[in-house]
Design a protein around this ligand. Sequence first.
Ligand SMILES: Nc1ncnc2c1ncn2[C@@H]1O[C@H](COP(=O)(O)OP(=O)(O)OP(=O)(O)O)[C@@H](O)[C@H]1O
Ligand SMILES: [Mg+2]
Length: 352
Amino acid sequence: MSLGELQIRNVRCIRTAQVELHPRCTLIWGGNGAGKTSLLESAFLLGRGRSFRSRQTEQLVHRAAPALTVFGRTGGPLPHAIGVEFDREQGITARVDSQNVKSLADLSLAFPVQVIDPDIHKLIEEGGRRRRRWLDWAVFHVEPQFGEAWFRYARALRQRNAALKGHPSQARPWEAELAEQGARMSAARRTVLERLEPYWTAIVAAVDCPKAHIGYVQGWSEAVSLADALETVRSRDESRQTTTVGPHRADLRITIDGKPARDTLSRGQQKLTAAALTLAQLRLLADSTTAMPTLLLDDPAAELDAEHQAGFVAEILRLNCQLVITALQPQIPGFTQPDRVFHVEQGDVRPV
Ligand SMILES: Nc1ncnc2c1ncn2[C@@H]1O[C@H](COP(=O)(O)OP(=O)(O)OP(=O)(O)O)[C@@H](O)[C@H]1O
Ligand SMILES: [Mg+2]
């Protein structure tokens, strides 16, 4: 699968742009603040319904506009037309093949997309939310039942939390569903982490990055079932008015010799580790699903030394997926020639 046509309106400094991405490798080049990352954010929005850079989609909307829209067409055996609009008043709406989508999972299926950007070290450094999301995107693609379990779990969690705020006695009926769907989610995540392991070992050797151990922390005591854990914390949850155990609290424990990677790795090493983890993830997806994701590479030359850069580029090229790459110059340091090139200046995107 690849993204071909991409139309953008009012995403940050881009008032309007229309580009035809190449199925292999497209380079977007331009100076600082030209709009390169904004273009990648637009493509990412089509497959994820959010930005990789900001938690508030509102920040993506051009400051003088009420709304942004992005439209894209994917190619391959199952082509899709995807439209995403974010309006400051109405929030987000998305369509796949002219149908309104019910959940962001539908976008993910229509256009699988992943990104490696200069902030990728945050996967190691920051809190569990980012790691859960990173893991769940892969689990969603690899384990077909995960999407439904996730959806049902999220719904039951919202209901239990609402009950804990207003009518604590009504919290309990949601616990059976939470326990059942939570256990399914957890099992699917563990399966994917186990399957990721050989890819991770291989990539560590190929790109010469620190061999971090990736453990799963499920979000409640390993010694009991989720049903029992919910029972045990019920009075605490009532006073905190929120559900404090479950897979929504899960995390990946990334360690080097038993110590948290965030405390032992340099910034460059964190970046390399997080990028390598993402390549391992993409390789797993390539072998276990039919739709190879598009990979967005935002300024891949930043912060890696020449040797690591070379190993990293070789692994990316082996993935054989669609690449959209940004750079400050008209070539991408370390990469082969791009198949198509666009230049961006003050939000204006033109083919070269
Ligand atoms: N909501 C907004 N409305 C209008 N302009 C915005 C908005 N948000 C950001 N900008 C501007 O959009 C420009 C594009 O930024 P972008 O991050 O895409 O540039 P870039 O080409 O990736 O630069 P760099 O090489 O520094 O990473 C910046 O000049 C920024 O000030
Ligand atoms: Mg940028």
